[in-house]
Write a protein of this length. Structure first.
Length: 425
């Protein structure tokens, strides 16, 4: 079966004008500038204004990939990396400067809040207008109208002009129309960020259902937990180019490493200058390992795993040592901290401290671990090193049959997700 999307050497170039003249302009300056523009014969013979110059900017350059039917592709990258430009080309909103994109099937796209909405028309009228823009027949819109309005939760305001809608109501109604179009390809930008948490989960569940029904999804988001939950494949875009394309968990970790958020699943500190630590204790290495001998970059929520650090003590006496691991979410929230129940009496030498994390404990998403080592002397705690975000890993939910999920296909809230003992009487 041929791929539904084929992007070949896509590039998009823009002209950026820079003015180096002082910012204060008189009316005479403005009129003279307009007359000079009118007097130019052609763009090719155009001469830059005095005190200004023009620069070419490539928002996309050499983007090539294929997407099979039913795939759920996440596109991530920093602001200005070219993600939205790529989606606009695939949605036929803008034309590429170089290359081409072949798309097979009906496309439903939601790139901006209220795209295609007229502020003076009511919500009801805009449903028909927006549906027509997206390619829906009037009979199809009428058949699904009640379902669209119920999903958007705007029944009370459906006959109110949308200029009175909040941005969240705009987003809900726009997404409801796009989602009920039942397209072969659904393209969604970070527009869901304006909705509340409950509606975001509802939208993710809808996209999950679309993916299971064999529809293709392209999803741009800065929420790595959502990307990990929804997408099976991910593309990392930086400065208009694809720098990584592969399984979501490994690409997300590369994104974190690129932005110096975390240091990967394994990190060697032994050659760092200055060393991490002091004259008493120094950090040598940190790593994450799967107990089931699977890739530590993609740990299943059903697997237990260990986090470890190697350190060296340089002392002429036995010390009461307390190693400590702090686990942080992708949003910087400390999920939990762990240390041995009792301090360890250790002499000079090199040691490895391990912490075993049970299965069904952490929820899906990306995590970083800060490594620390303390000693206790005369009831005083001394910290010898604390390396924030030293290592990182990703928890992935296989979705199919994992405990506690039942028939729900969207993201499950919470940092931890233990399997607890229940009793119903």
């Amino acid at each position: 079966m041929p791929p539904v999307i084929v992007a070949q050497d896509l590039g998009k170039r823009y002209q950026v004008f820079h003015r180096t003249a002082p910012g204060y302009l008189t009316l005479r300056d403005v009129v003279a500038d307009k007359l000079r523009r009118i007097a130019r014969l052609s763009a090719t013979r155009e001469q830059p204004d005095r005190g200004s110059y023009r620069e070419e900017f490539w928002a996309l350059k050499g983007v090539t990939f294929e997407l099979a039917a039913g795939e759920r592709l996440g596109i991530i990258g920093r602001n200005g990396a070219g993600k939205s430009t790529l989606l606009k080309i695939l949605s036929r909103i803008t034309e590429p400067t170089t290359g081409r994109a072949v798309i097979r099937g009906r496309v439903g796209s939601l790139l901006e809040v209220g795209t295609g909405f007229h502020p003076e028309l009511t919500g009801r009228e805009n449903v028909f207008l927006n549906g027509a823009i997206l390619g829906m027949r009037r009979s199809e819109i009428q058949r699904r109208f009640d379902e669209i309005v119920a999903f958007a939760e705007v029944e009370q305001f459906i006959d109110t002009p949308v200029k009175h809608f909040s941005s969240g109501m705009h987003a809900r109604l726009a997404f409801a129309v796009a989602a009920h179009l039942e397209p072969d390809i659904l393209i969604v930008d970070e527009v869901l960020a304006v909705g509340d948490v409950r509606f975001q989960r509802k939208c993710l569940g809808r996209m999950e259902e679309a993916g299971k029904a064999g529809r293709t999804i392209l999803f741009v988001s800065h929420n790595m937990a959502t990307i990990t939950s929804l997408c099976t494949r991910c593309i990392l875009v930086d400065r208009g180019e694809i720098v990584s394309d592969g399984p979501t968990s490994s690409v997300v970790l590369q994104y974190y490493a690129m932005n110096q958020i975390t240091g990967g699943v394994a990190r060697d500190f032994s050659q760092m200058r200055p060393p991490v630590g002091d004259g008493v204790a120094q950090l040598k290495a940190g790593f994450v390992a799967s107990i089931q001998d699977r890739s530590p970059e993609e740990i299943s929520i059903e697997d237990e795993f260990k986090v470890a650090m190697r350190f060296r003590l340089a002392t002429d006496r036995t010390l009461d040592v307390v190693p400590n691991f702090q686990f942080f979410t992708a949003d910087g929230v400390c999920a939990f901290s762990s240390a041995p129940s009792k301090s360890l009496e250790l002499a000079a030498g090199e040691y490895t401290a391990e912490c075993l994390v049970p299965a069904h404990f952490l929820n899906e998403g990306a995590y970083s671990v800060s490594l620390a080592l303390n000693t206790i002397a005369e009831n005083r705690l001394t910290t010898h090193f604390f390396e924030r975000g030293a290592i990182s890993f990703n928890i992935r939910d296989p979705l199919d049959g994992s405990e506690g999920r039942h028939s729900w296909g969207g993201a499950i809230p919470g940092v931890v997700r233990p399997v607890l003992q229940w009793r119903v009487a």
